[in-house]
Design a protein around this ligand. Sequence first.
Ligand SMILES: Cc1cc2nc3c(=O)[nH]c(=O)nc-3n(C[C@H](O)[C@H](O)[C@H](O)COP(=O)(O)OP(=O)(O)OC[C@H]3O[C@@H](n4cnc5c(N)ncnc54)[C@H](O)[C@@H]3O)c2cc1C
Length: 476
Amino acid sequence: MPKPLTVMWFRQDLRLRDNPALLAACAAGSVLPVYILDDKHAGDWPMGAASRWWLQQSLIELDKSLKNKLWVLQGDPLELLPTLMQEQGATHINWNRCYEPWRIQRDKKLQASLTDSGFEVASYNGSLLWEPWTNLKGDQTPYKVFTPFYKNARANLPPPELPEPAPRSVPLASCEQAADKIDKLALTPEIQWYDGMAECWQPGENGAGDKLSQFLNNGIQSYKSGRDFPASQSVSRLSPHLHYGEISPRQVWHAAQAESGDTRLEGQIEHYHRELAWRDFSYSLLYHFPNLTKQNMNPRFDAFPWRQDDKLLKAWQCGATGYPLVDAGMRELWQTGYMHNRVRMVVGSFLVKNLMHHWQDGARWFWDCLVDADLPNNTCSWQWVAGCGADAAPYFRIFNPITQSSKFDPDGDYIKQFVPELAKLPAKYLHDPHSAPANVLDAAGVKLGETYPEPVVDLKQSREAALDAYQQIKVS
Ligand SMILES: Cc1cc2nc3c(=O)[nH]c(=O)nc-3n(C[C@H](O)[C@H](O)[C@H](O)COP(=O)(O)OP(=O)(O)OC[C@H]3O[C@@H](n4cnc5c(N)ncnc54)[C@H](O)[C@@H]3O)c2cc1C
């Protein structure tokens, strides 16, 4: 019997290592690797600009590791895949599962229609530690609180499987496509605003491996205590690589676990594992509550009197609020496509509480600017910040950006990097330049309202207004 030709449909798993769908395809016969840019089914959430830039680089890397044989298409997979399979004589198709509601719906339809047409369809888990339907409460309902979700997974589910190596060789089908196939997707924006991202990221499987090694060499040792300090190198910065599946969470989990020979690292590793599991938790929430991208998890927030002030929203987006930590975070986002987690919480709280803007305004801006923009993580984190999500920060917990800044960026290194017009101010005043005496501002070359903005809102008044609004909806 001739060995079958399998289409390996790459989606959020742009890697060769620990890729179960690819391994199975290679074991069965020859492989036609395919990527499809599908903007049709994404609905309200087509990929943002920073994500598209990343994807372009990542596809180039994947194509290289597949000897330029990656088949790249754009359009509706429901139409494209059956035609491609027929034309190329493929009998099987493999993919690793995706969990965004729109992808689940699309894949179900596709699976049914391909199976009806006589093709063999196989799907695998290549993206999560524990899939959403495996980690349920005793009554078979989903967890809404992280700690029991995590405890149950650790106590009652098999530990994340050991990662598999890359296939020894990929038996590639001899199909040819034009060399400019990835450029034709037109993923790179016309205006070249992405230089800052290109400087700090190396998309692709090798880049992911390098980031992991850097973290294991220099970050994990101080992860627990250092992960809240945006200027420190204690976090892994693996989020965009995980989002595109250039590395699997199992690889990351077990690489961290392998450091446990050093007993001093045990607490750090456990903390890191917990954070990785937060990703699974978000995926589980969106899987079980697929309307979360547009609906508050806590319906009382439906009556919240959100404001719509375009001038304030613009000041927040541009990093011109007059609060240095908020501005540093928003500029880090714009320049690098990333923002440190602590600062994401601070800028998020500032937007939804001090400016009283809807959390979806923040989620949309992040979606367009983040290289790690990820529907489950972004949605659930914004609902968490706003206080309306599962296991959320209580609404009355309003981060004070000045206090947060003195606590987590005490020397102002992070602020100096992203708000350079304040760099000459003594650390003491960097967190709140408006409290600096005139002679200190003069000496540092800072003219408030000219070289650096006046605060767009008063912290105390805006906090009280937010708490009053919160009282109106009587959140229990
Ligand atoms: C308002 C807001 C929006 C966010 N949007 C996104 C998003 O679109 N995409 C995204 O990947 N993360 C998002 N996060 C979660 C978190 O900020 C990032 O995952 C983290 O900052 C990525 O940096 P890192 O890889 O260095 O994290 P590390 O601290 O090194 O953690 C390792 C990995 O664990 C996962 N992780 C860590 N913290 C969280 C968390 N709180 N929730 C879910 N997963 C977590 C990530 O996959 C991360 O890469 C958001 C957080 C907030 C507050």
